[in-house]
Design a protein around this ligand. Structure first.
Ligand code: MF3
Ligand code: CO
Length: 370
């Protein structure tokens, strides 16, 4: 009996099991939950290994980012204690390099997104690309996160755990890559449309044409197309929210104003802004001050100064802004099961504006509107 029990909670090293709750607990059965949409967790693969020559984070063995928790930056309010990285300093160029590697890794993941591909495969691509560049994939074991990247499908707002579910035509998926390279973190994400359900204009024309001729057939196609069109509008609006926020960033600008800019644009498209997750300072630590809310009328403290490095990463929803967390302790979903999109950049405040450290490269695969 105890042997049986142990099998459930201590899967062998090669087993695929559901993440039953935060931490290492795995289960052979899918946990029960009042799922908010149609997505379900699938089984998650065994731990991936990192070669000895990849420098590890402090949380790799313990799951606890001790340096982050102890940092005076996170104990002091607002931007007190926030690092002002000097131009040309070792720290600034280290972070720059981490961001560039993060970009190359995300572009690899982007190229791997396709119908029938599992999010676990995307995790493998990210894990192996990190190793190739000599970087540690920052999510791995961060507060016991079990994989090397976050993959957030459809109604998942953020922190989706890669699993063996295959991506379907018309899904949307956010891939959130963070890398730790020579002591510095780089963090960025993008949302992609899966497959071809979405070649809008021409498909709509074709559909209307078909509908006239064989009225019994098209409803499924019409549904697929309308899902696709509204998902694309969601994704493009989310990207515009991020870019508008970035345009505002310069020395003297208020951190609290970012949320007003993002919300104005999201609301104009009838979308909502997630409140539960924010942009953040980043550098030697994965997450630190300043806190950067994306919602309007927030009370974020502090003004931007040259040398500040932080992320902006708005999560925009088709329905309610409200979130729920799956029993795995990570997966954040919309309360109404409608879709959510996100884009993230890591920024450096310069003397006269800001620099996007995670900017797209000429070699980056195109986003659907490009
Ligand atoms: N990459 C996320 C961010 O943008 C954080 C992920 S935490 C993890 O801040 F543990 F889920 F990886
Ligand atoms: Co981030």
């Amino acid at each position: 009996m105890w042997q049986e029990h142990k099998k459930i909670h201590r899967p062998g090293p090669h087993a695929w099991h559901y993440v039953a709750k935060r931490g290492a607990a795995r289960n052979v059965g899918r946990p029960s939950f009042k799922w908010t949409g149609s997505l379900r967790p699938h089984r998650v693969g065994p731990d991936r290994v990192l070669p000895d020559d990849i420098p590890k984070t402090d949380y790799y063995t313990t799951g606890i980012p001790t340096s982050e928790i102890r940092s005076p930056q996170n104990l002091l309010p607002g931007t007190a204690g926030v690092v002002e990285w000097a131009p040309g300093s070792e720290g600034e160029s280290g972070i720059r390099e981490a961001c560039r590697i993060g970009r190359l890794v995300l572009d690899r993941a982007h190229a791997a997104v396709d119908v029938g591909v599992t999010t676990d495969h995307i995790d493998q691509v990210v894990h192996e690309a990190c190793i190739e560049y000599g970087a540690y994939p920052s999510p791995l074991h961060y507060y016991d996160f079990p994989k090397s990247v976050c993959t957030s499908v459809n109604e998942v707002i953020c922190h989706g755990i890669p699993d063996r579910r295959k991506l379907e035509d018309g899904d949307i998926v956010n891939v959130d890559v963070s890398v730790f390279y020579k002591g510095y973190h780089g963090d960025l994400n993008e949302t992609f449309v899966v497959g071809t359900a979405s070649e809008d204009r021409y498909v709509v024309i074709l559909c209307l044409y078909t509908m006239q001729r064989t009225p019994a057939h098209p409803p499924a196609l019409v549904t697929a197309i309308s899902v696709s069109l509204s998902s694309k509008r969601l994704i493009k609006t989310t990207h515009e929210c991020l870019m508008k926020a970035i345009e505002y960033c310069r020395p003297g600008a208020k951190y609290r104003e970012i949320g007003n800019i993002i919300t104005k644009h999201a609301h104009a498209q009838n979308f909502s802004v997630v409140k539960a997750y924010c942009g953040h300072g980043i550098g030697e630590l994965f997450h630190c001050n300043p806190n950067v809310p994306h919602y309007a009328n927030n009370k974020a403290v502090g003004i931007m100064k040259p040398g500040h490095i932080f992320t902006i990463e708005p999560m925009i929803n088709q329905g309610t802004y409200k979130d729920r967390t799956w029993p795995d302790g990570w997966t954040s979903v919309t309360e109404d099961g409608k879709r959510s999109a996100q884009f993230e950049h890591q920024l450096l405040i310069t003397e006269d504006g800001c620099e996007v450290l995670t900017k797209r490269l000429p070699s980056s695969p195109k986003l659907f509107w490009e």
